[in-house]
Design a protein around this ligand. Structure first.
Ligand code: ZN
Ligand code: ZN
Length: 379
């Protein structure tokens, strides 16, 4: 198969700047990422393709070569890239590029604070997977969750020192936080291994947290789930992640929402779909039945006489609430028509009699179809 043009793959103009390339790649990568499309080989191929295109175009040298020579630039090692190196090292680097970008510090976990060696550390971000029912998404609710996390130690107020005890200058580095070592012609400076760059040591560590300034705890949090929340939504609770280290800021907590499949309803955005089997006679004669709704009430569904398989009845406003809006989606009841089985003798007689009385008017569709067939056979 011929390789597609890299600009075409990303859906950008030939002169597109870096920002445009990145945003196009990010959009496509999110869409086709293997994690989002497990087992889908088409998505995987697409993901490789867009990653390769982005890897080439984001690199000024490779892009210039590609602009001059096209794909030929990278054959026979021309551009320094192995043929078909979709999942090579470049691929990995652009992945983390983008994902760090999208999820911020989420992927990286602990990020180094500012201020050189005196390492204040921001607490790690946490992920919590929360599964809810479709009813819970319909009603919205507050959920209590238990999050195992590191919290600031209240005994030492995060300092790590036993209350009432002092600190002393680190004897290893004399308070510089750095030590020097000669290595051949060079002098290498590195963070002091004794005080970890703080320059000072506690006289006595806090007994409650072992000098860490934070300790493991199960935190109870209440999360408010808005009405109409969709499967795959991420809720960010700022500063509710792990406590920071040595006075660093806390991380964030991300709640990933998944919604359990429902027995009766399938969801598409704010609309709900339900397949309901009805008897053949009901479809022909018309009738009425009830379906339960997520509100806990029942809704009437009218079947008009002469209903055909697959026909659906729309119940306006009986779907899901639209997130952060007053609107409601609709409920579509899809009618499956059940052909009767295990007929008694009498039922069979009646149906045979009915069949003998069938006219062009009772079955216009099949009548039209069979007269077309007849014409073909006669031709
Ligand atoms: Zn403590
Ligand atoms: Zn030191």
């Amino acid at each position: 198969m011929a390789k597609r043009d890299f600009y075409e793959v990303l859906g950008v103009q030939k002169g597109a700047d870096e920002a445009a390339l990145k945003s196009a790649y990010r959009k496509l990568a999110m869409q086709h990422h293997p994690d989002k499309n497990p087992g889908n080989s088409e998505s995987e191929a697409k993901f490789k393709e867009i990653s390769e295109a982005y890897d080439t175009l984001k690199d000024g040298q490779k892009r210039a070569a590609y602009d001059r020579f096209g794909h030929a630039a990278f054959e026979n090692g021309g551009g320094g890239q192995r043929p078909g190196a979709g999942f090579g090292p470049d691929f990995a680097s652009s992945m983390s590029d983008i994902f760090e970008d999208i999820f911020g510090d989420f992927v990286g976990g602990q990020r180094r604070g500012t201020g050189g060696g005196a390492a204040k550390l921001r607490g790690s971000d946490l992920r919590y997977n929360l599964e809810i029912s479709l009813e819970e998404s319909f009603l919205g609710r507050t959920v209590e969750i238990d999050v195992p996390t590191l919290v600031g130690c209240t005994t030492c107020e995060g300092s790590g020192a036993k209350p009432g005890t002092g600190k002393h200058t680190c004897r290893q580095c004399n308070g510089h936080g750095k030590v020097r070592a000669a290595q051949g012609f060079f002098t290498i400076e590195r963070t002091c291994p004794v005080c970890q760059g703080r320059g000072e040591m506690m006289d006595e560590p806090c007994t409650d947290c072992g000098g860490q300034g934070r300790r493991q705890e199960n935190r109870k949090l209440s999360v408010s789930i808005p009405k109409g929340i969709e499967d795959g939504t991420r809720i960010r609770l700022a500063n509710e992640g792990e406590a920071g280290l040595r006075g660093g800021p806390p991380g964030d907590l991300y709640i990933f929402i998944s919604i359990r499949p429902h027995e009766l309803f399938q969801r598409d955005g704010a609309d709900l779909y339900a397949r309901v089997p009805i008897a053949m006679a009901t479809a022909a004669l018309g009738g009425e039945f009830e379906v339960p709704t997520l509100e806990g009430t029942r809704a009437k569904v009218k079947v008009v006489a002469g209903t055909q398989p697959g026909q659906q009845v729309r119940l306006k406003g009986k779907g899901m609430p639209v997130l952060r809006a007053k609107d409601m989606g609709d409920l579509y009841v899809q009618l499956d028509i059940e052909t009767p089985q295990n007929l008694s003798k009498r039922q069979r007689e009646l149906l045979e009699e009915f069949q003998n009385l069938t006219t062009r008017e009772t079955n216009p569709t099949s009548d039209g179809f069979f007269s077309k067939l007849k014409k073909m056979f006669e031709a």
